[in-house]
Ligand binder design. Structure first.
Ligand SMILES: [Zn+2]
Length: 52
């Protein structure tokens, strides 16, 4: 199968909402990402973690 980019979902750690899709480079980011992003459900900036 043709190489498909590794997609990950960024989930809000406070409400669990799936807010962002991202593509991740395993070579540069071997660990799970934690990014502060705006969550529309929480209405504020929260930490988002990579999930499936
Ligand atoms: Zn949230």
């Amino acid at each position: 199968m043709a190489s498909k980019r590794d997609q990950a979902i960024l989930k809000c750690t406070e409400c669990g909402e799936h807010n962002y899709y991202t593509t991740r480079n395993k070579k540069t980011h071997p660990n799970k990402m934690e990014i502060k992003k705006f969550c529309s459900r929480c209405g504020k900036m929260t930490v988002h973690k990579e999930g499936k």
